[in-house]
Design a protein around this ligand. Structure first.
Ligand code: NAD
Ligand code: IPM
Ligand code: MN
Length: 361
């Protein structure tokens, strides 16, 4: 198969982890006889440095031209980076939001899985880690607080800031359908997470999710308030199959879920629209604190590349090969520092990529 992949290496650890994911994709292409072409695209801080803005129209157009986009993370240290002297709409994160919106990537899939090999890196009690867990967080990605009207104005002599949270029935329905479709291929349980005891947007969310559920009689639906969900994730993560939630709740809960898998460096993600196109990126950030040190965990990005093969190209066998290779390297006891535990062997970013490649084919 021919695959035209847009690559946004990004900022901080972005280029280090994307290089390893490309290495793994190249290995898959070699072993399974596919042809890959990469187009490098600039977004985030790297684009500000060159173009003065975090996302140009040309880059958005080039992303649309690709079959899929592989991305590292963007952004810098808010205290020290010059990017944060710019007005908010010109900062790195604004580029990411425009890209998500511009490509209509409303469905963000973040699989949080505790590999049995990583039980030692899980911060939960042993009996909870022992049970393991495998959940898919379905985060709505182009609505809610992230895309509402914002303002900061002086009122009665003091500054007042506003961020509007809006959801339409249609926005809720399409992500809910995706959530139920995915649940049908998994353990057939959806936990819809909201704050319906306080927010109107959440009450509408609950109503629409219940309507969608009628078309999926085999799927068990439960509703959970977001504060309870945050607690349940550390109390009993094994109870979750698909967590379906709005943009901001999904952002926060997915970072929490990532840590119970051992590290944010393990959490892959796929952002999808109604077509086969997708943007694949680790869920974590550009980690300015460890950038350039060669110690970042590339596994989330490598697993995101596997999701790309699965969702954008229907290459399940190749995606399985990557996921199995990751498990085998973990079985061998190799760990980047973020998932290190007693008796394991610590390795860097590149060696992790090399070892994963060595188990493909
Ligand atoms: P972060 O996720 O970058 O880092 C939080 C902690 O996790 C840090 O200690 C970091 O070293 C560690 N970490 C993250 N990824 C890791 C990896 N692959 N391997 C090992 N350790 C890893 O979050 P932050 O510090 O709050 O944000 C830093 C910047 O990243 C900000 O500019 C933020 O806006 C941006 N960000 C971007 C994305 C994205 O591009 N999708 C996601 C989240 C944050
Ligand atoms: C993520 C990130 C982004 C988000 C930021 C960088 C805008 O935290 O992808 O989880 O909040 O969606
Ligand atoms: Mn986040």
């Amino acid at each position: 198969m021919e695959m035209k992949i847009g690559v946004i290496k990004g900022d901080g650890i972005g280029p280090e982890i994307v290089d390893e994911a490309m290495k793994v994709l190249d290995r898959v292409a070699e072993v399974y006889g596919h042809s890959l072409s990469y187009t490098q695209l600039l977004m985030g801080g790297a684009s500000i440095d060159v173009n003065g803005v975090p996302l140009t129209d040309e880059t958005l157009a080039a992303a649309k031209e690709s079959d899929a986009v592989l991305m590292g993370s963007i952004g810098g240290d808010a205290k020290t980076s010059p990017w944060y002297k710019l007005e908010p709409s010109k900062r790195p994160e604004a580029g990411l939001l425009s890209l998500r919106k511009g490509l209509n990537l409303f469905a963000n899939l973040r699989p949080a899985v505790l590999y049995s090999e990583l039980k030692g890196a899980c911060p939960l009690k042993e009996e909870i880690a022992e049970k393991g867990f495998d959940m898919m967080i379905m985060r709505e990605l182009t609505g809610g607080l992230y895309f509402g009207k914002r303002s900061t104005e002086k009122e009665n002599g003091m500054l007042v800031a506003r961020d509007e949270l809006t959801y339409s029935e249609e926005e809720i329905r399409r992500i809910a359908k995706r959530g139920f479709d995915i649940a049908m291929k998994r353990r057939k349980k959806v936990t819809s997470v909201d704050k319906a005891n306080v927010l109107d947007s959440s009450r509408l969310w609950r109503k629409v999710v219940e309507e969608v559920a009628e078309d999926y009689p085999e799927v068990k639906l439960e509703h959970m308030l977001v504060d309870n969900c945050a607690m349940q994730l550390v109390k009993d993560p094994a109870q979750f199959d698909v967590i379906l939630t709005e943009n901001m709740f999904g952002d926060i809960l997915s970072d929490e879920a990532s840590m119970v898998t051992g590290s944010i460096g393990m959490l892959a993600s796929a952002s999808l629209n109604e077509t086969k196109f997708g943007l694949y990126e680790p869920s974590g950030g550009s980690a300015p604190d460890i950038a350039g040190k060669g110690i970042a965990n590339p596994i989330a990005t490598i697993l995101s590349a596997a999701m790309m093969l699965r969702y954008s190209f229907d290459l399940d066998r190749e995606a399985d090969a990557i996921e199995n290779a990751v498990e085998r390297v973990l079985q061998d006891g190799y760990r980047t520092v973020d998932i290190m535990s007693e008796g394991m062997t610590q390795i860097g970013t590149k060696e992790m990529g090399d070892r994963i490649c060595s188990y493909i084919g």
